[in-house]
Design a protein around this ligand. Structure first.
Ligand SMILES: NC(=O)c1ccc[n+]([C@@H]2O[C@H](COP(=O)([O-])OP(=O)(O)OC[C@H]3O[C@@H](n4cnc5c(N)ncnc54)[C@H](OP(=O)(O)O)[C@@H]3O)[C@@H](O)[C@H]2O)c1
Length: 269
């Protein structure tokens, strides 16, 4: 922990709704000052005001579109500022492109890849050296259980995120810095609505609550776990997918599990 003269600081991307908002609220409740990063400046300001009033922490608002390279570098500069160290980085921002890859919108695909992969790479690259120097730091990269199987470009980007996180965790082992990939299944957030998906009542046991997800993830971080997969059923699914040979088997298992949630294949790529 930082000295008595300062509170720890956490930078969370995508805190204006869903999983990122749960991270921001939990970390503020635990006494972290926050740097809040996403596109919607009004929602960021409202969240900052609410967290400051409720928890007495300081919130910095940094509006940025993480599909824009110049914006990503502004956020990286903030992370690399040795005078204002960031102790916890949560790379959470994300969205899914709906529809087929073949014949689809390649610019939308590139934006998705930039937010889910390139921004994660650049922000880790900016944050981790200072953490290693201070011999203290936490990185959480929000990936997905979809990354364990071939289900389209979203799942391919999440596979990259999980693999990258495992490598980074191994490369900083023993330095006092931990790096964890959070691999959720379905979570009740704005994600599916934003992607124009109709996912029905979201009441089956496959759907997770974002506050519970974040609570369990932070417990895994404290245990030093590199992969945080929530709930017994998603742990079993991830274990099965990892054990299967590459190819059609993994896609078929993922498709079958997703049918149980009441969502179609296209909706959950
Ligand atoms: N919900 C699920 O079922 C599920 C499952 C597995 C993994 N995940 C992953 O969890 C993460 C959070 O998603 P969520 O479910 O909480 O979705 P959400 O409620 O839609 O929240 C997405 C967040 O990302 C931000 N964001 C989106 N595009 C951005 C961009 N170009 N630049 C900066 N910020 C951007 C949004 O903020 P602004 O609109 O203010 O920019 C918002 O705060 C994502 O990485 C997602 O892939 C979700």
């Amino acid at each position: 922990m930082p000295g008595p003269d300062r509170r720890p600081t956490a930078l969370v991307t995508g805190p204006t709704s869903g999983i990122g908002e749960s991270f921001a609220r939990r970390l503020a409740a635990d006494g972290h000052d926050l740097v809040l990063v996403s596109r919607d400046a009004d929602r960021l300001a409202a969240l900052a005001a609410s967290l400051e009033a409720r928890h007495g922490v300081t919130c910095e608002v940094l509006p940025a579109d993480l599909s824009d390279r110049a914006d990503v570098h502004r956020v990286a500069e903030r992370l690399g500022d040795a005078g204002r160290p960031v102790d916890v980085l949560v790379n959470n921002a994300g969205f899914g492109v709906r529809g087929r890859f073949v014949g689809g919108d390649v610019d939308a695909e590139l934006r998705q890849l930039d937010v889910l992969a390139t921004a994660v790479l650049v922000l880790c690259h900016a944050a981790v050296p200072g953490m290693v120097e201070r011999r203290r730091g936490v990185v959480v990269n929000v990936s997905s259980v979809a990354g364990f199987g071939p289900m389209g470009t979203y799942s391919a980007a999440k596979a990259w995120c999980t693999s990258f996180t495992e490598h980074l965790a191994a490369s900083v082992r023993g330095t006092g810095v931990t790096v964890t990939a959070l691999c959720p299944g379905f979570v009740r957030t704005e994600f599916h609505e934003r992607a124009g998906m109709d996912v029905g009542s979201r009441s089956s046991g496959w759907w997770l609550d974002p506050d519970d997800l974040v609570e369990d993830c932070l417990a895994d971080v404290r245990r030093g776990r590199v992969l945080s997969v929530p709930s017994r059923r998603y742990k079993a699914l991830a274990g099965l997918l990892s054990a299967l040979p590459p190819g059609g088997y993994r896609a078929r298992v993922l498709t079958a599990s997703r049918r149980r949630t009441g969502t179609s294949r296209e909706e959950t790529r």
